[in-house]
Design a protein around this ligand. Structure first.
Ligand code: URP
Ligand code: ZN
Ligand code: ZN
Length: 463
C-alpha cells in the first residue's frame, strides 16, 4: 500500500505549489494535484508545507576532540536531527596522522553502525598525505567519500601546510571530489593566543578576541587562490565574518567555483550578546571560528539571500558544560571547541529567515536541503520533492510555536546555545525513505535504520 500526502503545499528550491505526493516504498512516485486516494494510506497535510528533509552537511558526532569526545553519538545526534526536520547528515571521519584513510572510514562506519537514525554520508578529514595519501583519496572517492576537509588552523593537532592543501586540491581536480577548508590562519592566531595567555588573559572571551576576522579572510583568500591554481573547486566551511565573505564573493564574481556555508550561531549570536567577558558560562560559545561582532550578522544574511553563501549547516559539535567545557576553566585554550545545534537549524533559519522576510521559502529549502545535496553529490536523491527522489519529507507546520531550551531538547548536551529563543514553524511529521520517523516531536523510527550514503564526486556541480 502506498502513502499519499494530500492537500499540502510542496516547496522545493525552485517552486511552491499545491500538490499531493505519492510515496511507494522508499521513493516518491508522483507529485501533482489531485492524485486519487485509490486505497492508499492518506495523510492530510492541509495547512502544512511539504518540504524535502533537511540536509546538514557539517556535523561532528562521537568525535574525539580537545581531549574529550563530542557528547552526541550517532544515535542521539541523528535522532535530534530528525526531530528538527533534518533527514540527512554528512559527518566527518578523521584520518589519524600516519595511518590510512580507510582505517578512519572503518572506524566511523562502526560508530554509526546500529545507531544512525537517518541517512548519513562522511567527509574525510585529511591530516597527512604521507606516501600514499593521494591514492587514499581516490580510494575514499570509490567508497562514496566525495569530500575532504583540511584545516588551516589548530597547529599541532589538525593543521596541515599549504603544500598538503595544494596537493589535495590537485587530486580533487582529477577525481572530482570537493575540498572543504577550515579557513583561519592558525600560525598567526597561535602567536596571538600565546601572547594573550602570557598576559593572564585566560577567560573564554579571549578565544574570540585572539582570532581576528582578517585571519579568517586571509585563509579564505589563500584557500581560493590555491584552488584556482590547482583548477579545483573549494568549499569554505563555517564562514563567520564579513571579511571572509568578501573573499568568497570576489572569487565567485570572477567565476571561480568557490562555495561557502555559514551556521545559525554566526547568523544569530554575537560577541556583544553572548560573550561580554563576564563569566566562565561563556565557554558555551567557544567554537572555531568564534562568535563575531554583531555587525557581521546582516552581511551573512545578505550573503545567503544573494547566493554568495550557498549553505547553512550546523557544525554541530556538542560538549557538555558541566564536565567538558569546564576543562578550560583556567585556560581558554583547553575549552573543547564546538557547540550544539543539529536539532534547531531548520526552526532557526525558517523563523529568522523566512518569517523575518530575509529569505524566500524556496531559498530556505535551497540553503538547508537542495544546495548541500547538490554540492555534496546526493542530488536529486536527497534535497528535493520529485518523482524518483528518496521519500525524505517533512510536513512543516508554519504556525507551530516552540521555545528552544535544553530542558526539552533531544540533543545529549546540558545547554542550548539558543536557550529561550522563540520560533514559529516546526516539523510536525518527518519521513525518511518513506517511513514515518517523527510524529509531533517524538522519534518513532528504529535506532540504527539510517544508511550510509555513497556520494558522487562531482566537484560541487549543481545538477
Ligand atoms: O569549534 C568547532 N568548530 N569544532 C568542530 C571542529 C571544526 O573545526 O569544525
Ligand atoms: Zn572547522
Ligand atoms: Zn566542524
Amino acid at each position: 500500500m502506498a502513502l499519499l500526502i494530500q492537500n499540502g503545499t510542496v516547496v522545493t528550491a525552485e517552486a511552491t505549489f499545491p500538490a499531493d505526493v505519492l510515496v511507494e516504498g522508499t521513493t516518491i512516485r508522483e507529485v501533482r494535484a489531485g492524485i486519487p486516494a485509490d486505497g492508499h494510506t492518506v495523510v492530510d497535510a492541509s495547512g502544512l508545507l511539504v518540504l524535502p528533509g533537511g540536509v546538514d552537511a557539517h556535523t561532528h558526532l562521537d568525535m574525539p576532540f580537545g581531549g574529550t569526545t563530542s557528547a552526541d553519538d550517532f544515535e542521539t545526534g541523528t535522532r535530534a536531527a530528525a526531530i528538527g526536520g533534518t533527514t540527512t547528515i554528512v559527518d566527518f571521519a578523521i584520518q589519524a596522522r600516519g595511518t590510512k584513510m580507510r582505517s578512519a572510514l572503518d572506524t566511523w562506519w562502526k560508530k554509526a553502525q546500529g545507531k544512525a537514525c537517518i541517512d548519513y554520508g562522511l567527509h574525510m578529514i585529511v591530516t597527512d598525505l604521507g606516501t600514499s595519501g593521494l591514492e587514499d583519496m581516490d580510494d575514499m572517492v570509490r567508497e562514496g567519500v566525495a569530500s575532504f576537509k583540511l584545516f588551516m588552523a589548530y597547529p599541532n593537532v589538525l593543521m596541515v601546510d599549504d603544500a598538503t592543501i595544494f596537493k589535495a586540491l590537485q587530486q580533487t581536480s582529477k577525481n572530482g571530489a570537493l575540498v572543504c577548508m577550515h579557513a583561519e590562519n592558525g600560525s598567526v592566531i597561535d602567536v596571538i593566543v600565546q601572547q594573550a595567555l602570557a598576559e593572564g588573559k585566560t577567560a573564554p572571551v579571549y578565544h574570540a578576541l585572539t582570532r581576528p576576522t582578517v585571519a579568517e579572510a586571509e585563509a579564505v583568500q589563500r584557500a581560493i587562490a590555491m584552488a584556482e591554481i590547482a583548477g579545483a573547486p573549494v568549499y569554505i566551511v563555517h564562514l563567520s565574518s564579513e571579511d571572509a565573505l568578501n573573499q568568497v564573493r570576489e572569487a565567485r564574481d570572477r567565476g571561480v567555483p568557490a562555495f561557502a556555508e555559514t551556521c545559525p550561531q554566526y547568523l544569530l549570536l554575537s560577541i556583544e550578546d553572548q560573550m561580554p567577558g563576564k563569566s566562565f558560562e561563556e565557554a558555551k560559545y567557544v567554537f572555531t571560528p568564534p562568535l563575531r561582532e554583531k555587525k557581521n550578522q546582516v552581511k551573512l544574511w545578505d550573503g545567503l539571500k544573494d547566493d554568495h553563501l550557498q549553505v547553512v549547516s550546523t557544525d554541530h559539535c556538542p560538549f557538555c558544560f558541566a564536565d567538558q567545557k569546564v576543562l578550560g576553566k583556567d585556560d581558554f585554550t583547553k575549552i573543547p571547541n564546538g557547540g550544539p545545534g543539529i536539532e534547531n537549524r531548520m526552526q532557526l533559519i525558517y523563523h529568522h529567515g523566512v518569517n523575518a522576510g530575509r529569505l524566500s521559502l524556496n531559498r530556505f529549502v535551497e540553503i538547508t536541503a537542495a544546495a548541500p545535496a547538490k554540492i555534496f553529490g546526493m542530488y536529486p536523491r536527497k534535497g528535493t520533492i520529485a518523482a524518483g527522489s528518496d521519500a525524505d519529507i517533512v510536513l512543516w507546520d508554519p504556525k507551530a510555536e516552540h521555545t528552544i531550551s535544553a530542558a526539552t531538547h533531544n540533543m545529549r548536551v546540558d545547554y542550548s546555545m539558543f536557550e529561550g529563543f522563540k520560533v514559529q514553524g516546526n516539523a510536525s511529521k518527518v519521513y525518511s525513505r518513506g517511513e514515518l520517523i517523527v510524529d509531533d516531536g517524538r522519534f518513532i523510527g528504529e535506532t540504527g535504520r539510517g544508511k550510509y550514503l555513497r556520494r558522487e564526486a562531482r566537484g560541487g556541480a549543481w545538477s
